[in-house]
Design a protein. Sequence first.
Length: 162
Amino acid sequence: MSDPMQEQAGAKRDMAVSEQVEAGGTRGEDFNDADFKRTVWRAMRTVAIAIAVGVPLLGWKAGWGNAGLFAVGALISGSGLMQWLRLLSAVAARIESEGKAPSSPFAALLIGLFLRLGVALALLYVSLKFLHGSVLALVAGLALGLTALLIESIRLLKSWTD
């Protein structure tokens, strides 16, 4: 025999979860690939906003060499977020395919990852050699992706506890 109060509380909880899913978020135990993609896209949007605001401010206050290094670091960081999104989405698709032919070739994705790392390394070298700015501006740009993911993680945790 079930308790009507427990059934009513369960129905309210299920309704709250469905409303939250419709609003674009889920609870922690229901975190899925779509939530991951949405989180990474928000982090990339945060990086883009930081570039749009930070580069002119740094150029005005600290010089255009520092602004250029910040932009290079932020672009590398943002491309890293995009690469992780593609890589983890492909892994999730491969896991979900369960023996069927995967929809995207994994080797091409890995080649793209290593090519991006090579381009990032060359971009770091060239920017440090020719922009003559502070290495701290470059490090701040590189840390931007991690900072954006941290902000999005805190937002997710907050939404799960409300």
